[in-house]
Design a protein around this ligand. Structure first.
Ligand code: CA
Ligand code: CA
Length: 316
């Protein structure tokens, strides 16, 4: 027999004391854990995010990639525009002089940090906006070639693209944001580098069956591919399909770059076309160049024009 067995009252007091000690210890552990957990996110926000960091947009589960603030080269050098001009007859008949001069002059744009969608907006995502009553139904959904859930949404006007991004809590990227996400600070010609590689994108390859087809490559995909099907074509910040698959509406109206290299600030509307970027499954390596730009009537829709969204990274 020990002392506790001899004295029940003493044993009960001892047990109460031990329970109090244990409760106190647990309280201190929990408080310390809460303190550390509260500090961790603050520590994370104190560090600069790296290019390609990701976040998910709640409205449509879109993964977005992070593009840090910086001075980004936009547009082509005279040599790059000339090289495109010389390559043009290989693909197109109407290679009039100056065809690519709307990419001049190369200039630098200071951008704040932003997020941009990793992939083109899909039919499945656009369906959410239609079901919510915030988007008009695309005209290609009654066809059969462009309405698979994971194909990029097409046959939408610039206005429909803008409305979708607003519904999702974002906006169309500006021309400069789109090009920065594709070219980075080194001004590469394509998202993956300076050399065109057919396996990195969906474009008018041998399957395309046109005079402009690139017979040197064939991925067997005639129309648009499911979004994100070409991971080797990722840009420096991790965005996919910036080159090819579907061309993409951006927020800006179409206008020449100024001689001083300033970005146009014309909203698309009755007086200005909207800009598309990146080329499509129906276009050639020339239009897949990250500097390529074309004006399109904002009320028009095509089966090879879609979009992605962007948002300012104001929290960081
Ligand atoms: Ca193809
Ligand atoms: Ca694209």
């Amino acid at each position: 027999m020990d002392a506790h067995e001899k004295s029940p009252g003493l044993r009960a007091a001892w047990q109460r004391d031990m329970r109090a000690v244990i409760r106190g210890a647990w309280s201190r552990v929990c408080l310390a854990t809460l303190f550390v957990c509260a500090l961790l996110p603050l520590a994370g926000c104190g560090r600069a995010l790296q290019a390609g960091a990701t976040m998910t947009r709640p409205a449509d589960n879109m993964m977005m990639v992070y593009v840090p603030a910086g001075a980004y080269p936009i547009g082509s050098s005279p040599e790059e525009a000339q090289a495109a001009q010389e390559l043009c007859p290989r693909f197109w008949d109407n290679c009039q002089p100056g065809r690519y001069e709307n990419e001049l002059p190369r200039h630098t744009v200071d951008l704040d940090a932003f997020w941009i969608d990793q992939i083109e907006v899909s039919n499945a995502q656009f369906r959410r906006c239609v079901d919510a009553g915030a988007c008009a139904e695309p005209l290609c959904w009654t066809g059969g070639q462009f309405n698979a859930p994971e194909q990029p949404v097409v046959c939408i006007t610039w206005h429909q693209a803008r409305d979708y991004c607003a519904w999702a809590g974002a906006a169309l990227p500006s021309e400069a944001q789109w090009e920065a996400a594709a070219r980075g600070t080194d001004g590469r010609l394509y998202p993956w580098g300076d050399d065109f590689q057919g396996e990195h994108a969906n474009y008018c390859d041998a399957t395309c069956g046109r005079a402009r087809s690139d017979a040197s490559w064939n991925d067997g995909v005639y129309y648009s591919a499911p979004v994100g099907s070409y991971p080797a074509g990722a840009s420096w910040c991790g965005a996919l399909d910036l080159a090819g698959n579907v061309a993409e509406w951006v927020s800006d109206g179409y206008a020449p770059y100024s001689a001083a290299g300033e970005q146009p600030s014309v909203p698309p509307g009755t007086d200005a076309n909207a800009v598309i970027r990146g080329g499509s499954w129906f276009q050639t390596p020339l239009e897949l160049r990250a500097a390529w730009r074309q004006g399109v009537v904002p009320d028009a829709w095509f089966d090879d024009i879609g979009f992605r969204c962007a948002a300012p990274a104001t929290a960081h």
